[in-house]
Design a protein around this ligand. Structure first.
Ligand SMILES: *Cc1c(COP(=O)(O)O)cnc(C)c1O
Length: 405
């Protein structure tokens, strides 16, 4: 009943840009979520790859509470220690040079695009320089990020967007090569495409794009907003590719474990492309969110999250492979670590809804036919087993006809 009441009130006030599932969550614990009526759900979505440390992590909560009592905001006109702490830790993990904190992923992408533009401007390039992005990519909903998101459906109602963005085909090096010319100033791509359907870049593709960027003095900008922060089984997904390092990287999602924070990181010439006055934010990098991110980065080390993802990720891989073998409706299985996808031969909307409402299993889709598995990074094998049991029941009920009891 409580769920229903919240839904009714929400429909009156919240701008309708989402078709939400009919559940209102009240609190969480570990990898479980509880709705307003007190029912427990097993969560394999992590608030869209955000809650890496799971719900209710004691050390994380204590650090945030401590900072709330101390200082939450002062603006970027002054220095604050948590921003320095978070910055040092993040740069150390990425082995990059400079960081700018934002409030979201899309703003991190905006920052990366501004670096690309400023980099071209500094080189004296004519203002018709080009950025290469990928088809089926996702970089966010603000106008700049939307301009590099290779999805006609998202772009069309908001055209015209930023000009001179060219779209190549992900994992097709020749398609990138064909778009490169003297006007190209940057290539932007996800290391593992998330929303587009969980497609990891191949070794050949990523190293090839890196080489093309070097050859043309263009920036390689990797969006690690979804696949970064340990999710792929490396701290940042590109670190698993031999010798590849981006000039600019964007992160967000799991960086704050639920507090809104993103960042763009830069190295080399990209790290000094923008100068004072070029970019700013009122909230970005405030002491509250940075204390949270600094704690997240500490806990990643203490809890050996990356190693844990490798172990549980391969277990999830094995279990999902078995599932795929047993169900002809599953056409493909892709991903790495704890960012995996199952592609079905049909739309998964009804399956996701059934799993949520009947099996109390939170799953999210990516595109129409793909279920994406992006659970809290702290899940255990028993959670994977339980998820598979519930998913299998949902598949049987929805996609293979309701069997008699
Ligand atoms: C979620 C996401 C974004 C946008 O992040 P927001 O915080 O929603 O603005 C950008 N890029 C990728 C790869 C993402 O997954």
């Amino acid at each position: 009943m409580e769920n229903q009441q919240i839904m009714n009130r929400a429909e009156h006030v919240l701008y309708k840009t989402y078709n939400r599932f009919p559940v209102a969550f009240s609190y969480g614990d570990g990898v479980s979520l509880y709705d307003m009526d007190g029912q427990e759900y097993l969560d394999f979505g992590a608030g869209i790859a955000v809650m890496g440390l799971g719900y209710g992590c004691r050390e994380f909560k204590d650090a945030v509470k401590e900072q709330v009592d101390k200082l939450t905001h002062i603006s970027n006109l002054f220095y604050n220690e948590p921003a320095v702490e978070a910055g040092e830790k993040l740069l150390k993990a990425a082995q990059m040079e400079k960081v700018f904190f934002t409030n979201s992923g899309t703003e991190a992408v905006e920052g990366a695009l501004k670096i690309a533009k400023r980099y071209a401007y500094n080189k004296g390039m004519a203002p018709d320089y080009e950025i290469i992005a990928m088809k089926h990519s996702f970089h966010g909903r603000s106008l700049g990020a939307l301009s590099v998101t290779g999805n006609d459906h998202y772009q069309e109602p908001f055209a015209p967007l930023i000009p001179n963005i060219k779209f190549a085909t992900f994992n097709d090096l020749d398609s990138v090569k064909a778009l490169f010319n003297e006007k190209t100033c940057a290539v932007l791509m996800e290391t593992i495409q998330g929303e587009g359907g969980i497609y990891p870049a191949t070794e050949e593709f990523l190293t090839g794009v890196r080489a093309l960027c070097d050859e043309h003095d263009a920036l390689l900008m990797l969006d690690e907003i979804q696949c970064g922060m340990g999710r792929s089984g490396a701290m940042f997904a590109w670190q698993a590719y031999n010798g590849v390092k981006p000039d600019v990287m964007t992160v967000a999602k799991a960086l704050g474990n639920g507090v809104p924070i993103g960042a763009f990181l830069a190295s080399g010439k990209a790290a000094t492309a923008m100068v004072p006055g070029d970019h700013g934010t009122t909230y970005g990098g405030n002491p509250l969110v940075c204390a949270a991110a600094a704690k997240v980065l500490d806990l990643f080390e203490e809890k050996k999250i990356v190693e844990h993802v490798q172990e549980i990720g391969s277990y999830l891989w094995k279990k999902l492979d078995e599932l795929a073998q047993n169900h002809p409706v599953i056409a493909d299985h892709r991903g790495k670590g704890l960012i995996q996808g199952l592609e079905f031969t049909c739309p998964v909307g009804p399956l996701v809804k059934h799993a949520l409402l009947e099996e109390k299993l939170v799953l999210i889709s990516a595109g129409s036919n793909i279920i994406r598995f992006v659970p809290p990074l702290v899940i255990e094998k028993s959670d994977v087993d339980e998820m598979c049991l519930r998913l299998e029941k949902a598949i049987a009920a929805v996609l293979e006809g309701i069997r008699e009891a």
